[in-house]
Design a protein around this ligand. Structure first.
Ligand code: AMP
Length: 173
C-alpha cells in the first residue's frame, strides 16, 4: 500500500475519453490512514473561518466533502447535475469543450446566514466550481473559498474562479 496521499492517486490514461488523464482517488478512500490524512489536510486551512456549510460537487465531491463538513462542524450541501434533486432548485449552466452543462442546488440549501466552502475532488478547467460559486452567491451566501484534493495546474482552472475567494488544493499536478 502507498504511504502518501500523492502516491495513492491512480492516474488512468484515456478515461473516460481519449486524451484525459483521469485522477482516480478511490485508493485513498480505501485506506483508513490515508483517508484520515486527506480529511485532516483538507480541513486544516479552513479551521476558524466560520464555515457553516460545505457544498460538495457531484459526485466525487460528495465523499470527502461530507467528511470535511463533519470535520469543520459544518452542514453538507450537494450540488447535482440537472434533474437529480427532488425539491425546488436554482440552476447554473457553464461551458464545456462541446456544449454546456447545468448544475442545481436546492433553493433553501444556503442563505445569507451562511459562510460556505466549495469542495470537489479535482479542479480541471474550473467551470463547475465557478458555476457552483454563482449558485451560492445567488442564494445569498458568503463564499469563504474553494477546496480541492487535486488541482490540475496545467489547465489553470484557478484563474476562472473569483479572486476574492481563497483557494486550497492538497495536491497539484
Ligand atoms: P472542471 O473542468 O474543473 O469543471 O471539472 C469538471 C468535473 O470533472 C469536476 O467534477 C472534476 O472533478 C472532474 N474532472 C475533470 N477532469 C478530471 C480528471 N482528469 N480526473 C478526475 N476528475 C476530473
Amino acid at each position: 500500500m502507498p504511504h502518501t496521499i500523492a502516491a495513492a492517486v491512480r492516474t488512468i490514461a484515456d478515461f473516460p475519453e481519449p486524451g484525459i488523464q483521469f485522477k482516480d482517488i478511490t485508493p485513498i478512500l480505501a485506506d483508513a490512514a490515508l483517508l484520515r490524512r486527506a480529511v485532516n489536510g483538507l480541513a486544516e486551512p479552513w479551521k476558524g473561518h466560520g464555515i457553516t456549510k460545505v457544498i460538495g460537487i457531484e459526485s466525487r465531491g460528495f465523499i470527502l466533502g461530507a467528511m470535511l463538513a463533519d470535520e469543520l462542524g459544518a452542514g453538507f450541501i450537494p450540488v447535482r447535475k440537472q434533474g437529480k434533486l427532488p425539491f425546488t432548485t436554482i440552476r447554473e449552466s457553464y461551458e464545456l469543450e462541446y456544449g454546456t452543462d447545468t448544475i442545481e442546488m436546492h433553493i433553501d440549501a444556503v442563505s445569507d446566514r451562511d459562510m460556505v466552502l466549495i469542495h470537489d475532488d479535482v479542479i480541471a478547467t474550473g467551470g463547475t466550481a465557478a458555476a457552483t460559486h454563482r449558485l451560492a452567491r445567488f442564494a445569498g451566501a458568503e463564499v469563504a473559498g474553494f477546496s480541492f484534493l487535486i488541482e490540475l495546474g496545467f489547465l489553470d482552472g484557478r484563474s476562472r474562479l473569483p479572486a476574492d475567494a481563497a483557494f486550497h488544493a492538497l495536491l497539484t499536478y
